[in-house]
Each structure stands twice: as structure tokens, then as C-alpha cells.
Design a protein around this ligand. Structure first.
Ligand code: ATP
Ligand code: MG
Length: 557
């Protein structure tokens, strides 16, 4: 906490906690939780909630629980539980043994419902969903009481037991809290709290055929766990009076809810439901497609957890919704990768260069610096030989004066190698340049000039004979509009998908990259950051472009 105070001012939640601690509230403890619903993979929005909840607990000597809010058996799966745990660990947070499941509280929650019935505060309603919806009213028109609202406590207890025992089919009846059908807050108009669902739950199997709805589980789970500060995103603000009504009437631990603004990122959709649609509609290859804003997608793309945490830190916690520019995330990513990623050479659009005065059949190993930002990263050796590849766009015929790279009669430096001069070009019958004939100056080994002669460009290259062929996936943004959720009337967010979000090419890599580990991210010199993908096989590596060095997006616009 002290360290944090030094670098930035407290956000409103931190201020509140500081005040609570000063007042001796909650016996001077801070206990938070991160409560994902296991109905999808975590996305970068969740990272904000994770950083907030774990961060606040850590800063105050408190504890943060990981609780799976698994009340809806139709949408939840064990696969999601496992993926969520992996992602939180990857971000760098640890919940120790504080792993909980709302489904472990089903018996307690059922007991809470019985308690409400016994207090005359809940009733079984046998109307159809349509009838109930009709009586609900509108924000400006009060609702109407259900004809079943005044059932006796005994009758309600008996009917609720029957619901639990499976004596009714799905949809025949529900349990509702008896609050106020005329309340200005629609959520307090006798809300549904338990419904019949004859579905198998991913953890409790077929033990239950009645399940609490989220609103009757979330707040109470906080109470059961003794959560002091229940931090929710803004959309739960209108739910707070309902949660407080439950807490008061059940006489349980008074967790205190505070709401904060969700993270919204430009060119991105952050909603599990919509991300699932992308997966099921095969618009992406899966939850971990490198174009997805999921933590598993970002990881596969080559993002570092440090970059994500740095973004969350920078945007802070606010009370008002906004839109964060995705280039801010990319900025933090490049800042971090620049420090930690080792450099390698790769040519993505190869043009063959023959160095005519370099002895045929020979090669040599040249020293190359792994990371100029990190001396400890050391050096490696790259092979050089008579035939090499350079990037096609590093050469121009009839180049204007300001084109500083290679052209006929001009000299450039090959990184870590030699100065070369282009003497001649070879073209195919259609006039495409297929090869350059160059000479090198043996006196310039290591790219150093012996006589102080200067060249304007330093170019990357790969020895043809030693090159490793790789599939390179050039990713761009998944959506082409800043707010993909905004669509024409009758449109769908998928209409805003970027048709060019991936381009697959084959590249030539320096041989060292053959032994790269899956998930390792490198800077390919002058090109960008690239991460070795899990689809790689021993003989043919696959690299994902994490982010280009320059902002290609800004240039396009
Ligand atoms: P989604 O709409 O993506 O399904 P959700 O809120 O339903 O999101 P949960 O699994 O219920 O997903 O979320 C767990 C926690 O993460 C909640 O406390 C929620 O408020 C928070 N959260 C979800 N999305 C964001 C976001 N974009 N920014 C900040 N916090 C978020
Ligand atoms: Mg939710």
C-alpha cells in the first residue's frame, strides 16, 4: 500500500477501504473475491476485476477468494473452470486454498429460501412466465400482485419441498421473494429466486432440480464467505437494494457492495456470450484464437501478463464507463517486450542476394546480441554465407534519394555481418526482380566500418542455406470498427469482423529459432514481436505476430 501511495493517488475504492479501516469497520479486515461464472473463458475485462480484487487484498494484508458462481447448470462446464484457474495463475495471482463454488452452498441457499418463506417473505407462484411478465409493469407503471401472493406459509413450504423433490415439471411454478410490486426499482417487484431445472450440474450432478437464480446466490455467497468488500461492475448497482434486502431479511453477514466501471476496449468485444458466438460460429478457431481478447488468446498471441497488468494499473478504477483505446494496451505490450524479448532475424518476404565475392561453399558464424536492453541475455551466433535473403521492400530499383535502403550502386550494412553494395539485379521474364548480385567488404566484419565510412541503413538478413522455413501468421485486429457492438439497424456485431484479421505467409528464420519453445516471444528485428505457436511441429515452426513494431493501423488510417 505504501509503495502504491507513492506512485499514484488512491482510487475511490481504495479511499473507501482506507476509511473503513480507519473506522474499524469489519474488524479491520479486508476480504475480497473474484467471482467468475464458469460459462466461458476469461477476457481482458476480467483481468481488470482480478487485478482490483487481488490487488486490494494484497495491499491491505487481506485475502481474496476465487469463487466460481456456478448457479446456472445449463451453461457451465468444467472445461471453463480449469481454463479460468490457468488464466488467473498466468496473470500472476494466487488464491491459495481459497477456492470456492456457489454450488457448494446450494443446501445453505435452499435453507435461506425456506427462511424467507417462514418469515412470510417468499411464495410459490404457479402462473405462466407470460402472466408474470404481464404483471411486472414498467418503470413508469406499477406492477400487479400475483393471485398466488397470499398463499399461507404452510402451503408455500409444502410446495417448495415438492419443487425440490422433482414433483413438478420445469416451468410449472417458481419461488418468488415477496417484496413490493409497486417499487420504483423493477428488480424489487417480487423477483424470481428459485426455478426448476431438470439438468445435470457440472459439480452437483443430479442432486438438485431446483436452482437459485444468480441474484439469490451472488450476494449471499459473499455473505457466507465473509466478504467485506464486494466489488462489482456498474451494471450491478441497481441490484444492490435487492442484495441488501436479502441480507437484512436473512440476517446474514453484511458484505458491502461497491460498483466500478467495466473495461471496454476499442476494436474489441468483451462479453462471454458474444465471444462464445464467435467460437460457435467458427469466426475464430476457438477461445484461444490469437485474435480473441480472451486471456488464453492473448497468451497464445504472445502477450505478456505484465503488459495486461500495466494496462489495468494505468486505466485505474472509475465510476463511469468509458472506452479504452486498444493502442494503449499495445503500447504497454511493446514497452514490456522491448525489455524482455530476445532479438532474432527473420525475413518474411524474401529476396535472394548472392554475394559474388564471398567464397562458394563457405560459411561463418557471426556474433549477434540477444537483447540490447538486457546485457544478461548474452549473445548467439548466426551463420553467414554467399547466398542470403533480405526483405523485398528493403530493395528498390530507381530509388529516390531518400530511400536509404538497398538500391543499385548503394551500400548498406547487414546487421552483425558486413557492408554490401548492390551491383546488378536479375529479373524474370515478367520483369520481377528475382535476385540481387552484391559484393561485400571483408574489412567490415561485424558491421563495423574500418575507415569511418558511413552507411544509412542496417538491414536484417538470413543465410539461405541455413534458413528455417516457418509458417507466419500475421494477425490484425479482429474487428474493423472501433465499437463493434454498434451495428446498423438489424445488424449483428459479427458484421463488423475484419475480413483481413489474419494473413498466413511463409518466412525464412535464422536457424536458432528452430529450438524456440512454444509460447516464447521474440522481436524479429525491424518487423515486430512474434510468438511460437502451439501448432508448431519439430520440422515446421509456426509463429504468430504478436504486434508490429510500428503502428501499421495508424498508418492505414
Ligand atoms: P461477461 O459479460 O463477459 O459474461 P460477466 O460480468 O457476466 O461478463 P462474470 O464471470 O460474471 O462475467 O465476471 C466475473 C467478474 O468479472 C465480475 O465481478 C464482473 O463484474 C467482472 N468483469 C466482467 N467483465 C468485466 C470488464 N469488462 N471489466 C471489468 N470487470 C469485469
Ligand atoms: Mg455475469
Amino acid at each position: 500500500m505504501e509503495a502504491m501511495e507513492e506512485t499514484r493517488s488512491l482510487n475511490f475504492i481504495e479511499e473507501k477501504i482506507k476509511a473503513d479501516l480507519a473506522d474499524g469497520k469489519f474488524d479491520n479486515t479486508v476480504h475480497t473475491r473474484f467471482p467468475p461464472e464458469p460459462n466461458g473463458y476469461l477476457h481482458i475485462g476480467h483481468a481488470k476485476a482480478i487485478c482490483l480484487n487481488f490487488g486490494i487484498a494484497m495491499a491491505n494484508g487481506g485475502v481474496c477468494n476465487l469463487r466460481f458462481d456456478d448457479t446456472n447448470p445449463t451453461k457451465e462446464e468444467t472445461e471453463y473452470v480449469e481454463a479460468i484457474k490457468e488464466d488467473i495463475k498466468w496473470l500472476g495471482f494466487n488464491w491459495g486454498d481459497k477456492e470456492y463454488y456457489t454450488s457448494d452452498y446450494f443446501e445453505t441457499l435452499y435453507g435461506y429460501a425456506v427462511r424467507l418463506i417462514e418469515k412470510g417473505l417468499a411464495y410459490v407462484d404457479h402462473q405462466t412466465p407470460e402472466q408474470i411478465a404481464e404483471q411486472k409493469g414498467t418503470p413508469t407503471k406499477p406492477g400487479k400482485n400475483s393471485p398466488f401472493r397470499n398463499r399461507t406459509i404452510e402451503e408455500n413450504l409444502e410446495l417448495f419441498t415438492k419443487m425440490r423433490n422433482g414433483d413438478f415439471e420445469e416451468g410449472v411454478c417458481i419461488l418468488r421473494a415477496k417484496i413490493d410490486m409497486e417499487n420504483d426499482n423493477m428488480l424489487l417487484r417480487d423477483p424470481l429466486i428459485y426455478r426448476i431445472k431438470k439438468v445435470t450440474h457440472h459439480r452437483t450432478g443430479d442432486d438438485w432440480c431446483v436452482y437459485p437464480i444468480y441474484d439469490f446466490a451472488h450476494g449471499q455467497s459473499d455473505s457466507i464467505e465473509g466478504i467485506t468488500h464486494s466489488l462489482c461492475s456498474l451494471e450491478f448497482e441497481v441490484h444492490r437494494p435487492l442484495y441488501n434486502w436479502f441480507i437484512e431479511n436473512l440476517e446474514i453477514f453484511p458484505s458491502e457492495q461497491t460498483e466500478f466501471a467495466r473495461l471496454n476496449l476499442s476494436y474489441t468485444i468483451l462479453s462471454k456470450r458474444k465471444l462464445l458466438e464467435l467460437v460457435e460460429g467458427k469466426h475464430v478457431t476457438g477461445w484461444d484464437d490469437p485474435r480473441m481478447p480472451t486471456l488464453s488468446g492473448l497468451r497464445r498471441r504472445g502477450y505478456s501478463p505484465e503488459a495486461i497488468v500495466a494496462l489495468c494499473d494505468e486505466i485505474g478504477v472509475l465510476k463511469r464507463n468509458g472506452l479504452t483505446d486498444i493502442s494503449l494496451l499495445e503500447h504497454h505490450l511493446k514497452t514490456h517486450l522491448n525489455k524482455v524479448a530476445e532479438r532474432r532475424m527473420a525475413v518474411l518476404n524474401p529476396l535472394k542476394v548472392t554475394i559474388t565475392n564471398y567464397p562458394e561453399g563457405e560459411s561463418e558464424l557471426l556474433d549477434a546480441v540477444n537483447n540490447p536492453e538486457d546485457e544478461l541475455a548474452g549473445k548467439r551466433q548466426v551463420p553467414f554465407s554467399r547466398e542470403i535473403y533480405i526483405e523485398q521492400n528493403d530493395f528498390m530499383e530507381d530509388a529516390p534519394r531518400k530511400f536509404y535502403r538497398l538500391s543499385q550502386g548503394r551500400e548498406v550494412r547487414l546487421r552483425y555481418a558486413y557492408y554490401i553494395t548492390c551491383n546488378k539485379l536479375i529479373k524474370d521474364t515478367e520483369g520481377n526482380i528475382t535476385e540481387l548480385l552484391c559484393t561485400y567488404d571483408p574489412e567490415t566484419k561485424g558491421g563495423k566500418s574500418p575507415d569511418g565510412r558511413k552507411v544509412k541503413a542496417t538491414m536484417h538478413w538470413v543465410s539461405k542455406e541455413h534458413a528455417v522455413d516457418a509458417e507466419v501468421r500475421l494477425y490484425d485486429r479482429l474487428f474493423s470498427t472501433e465499437r463493434p457492438d454498434k451495428t446498423e439497424e438489424g445488424g449483428h456485431f459479427a458484421d463488423n469482423l475484419n475480413p483481413k484479421s489474419v494473413e498466413i505467409i511463409s518466412g525464412k528464420l535464422e536457424p536458432e529459432l528452430k529450438t524456440a519453445l512454444i509460447g516464447a516471444t521474440y522481436q524479429f528485428e525491424r518487423l515486430g514481436y512474434f510468438c511460437k505457436d502451439q501448432d508448431s511441429t519439430g520440422s515446421s515452426p509456426v509463429f504468430n505476430r504478436t504486434v508490429a513494431l510500428r503502428d501499421s493501423w495508424a498508418k492505414k488510417k
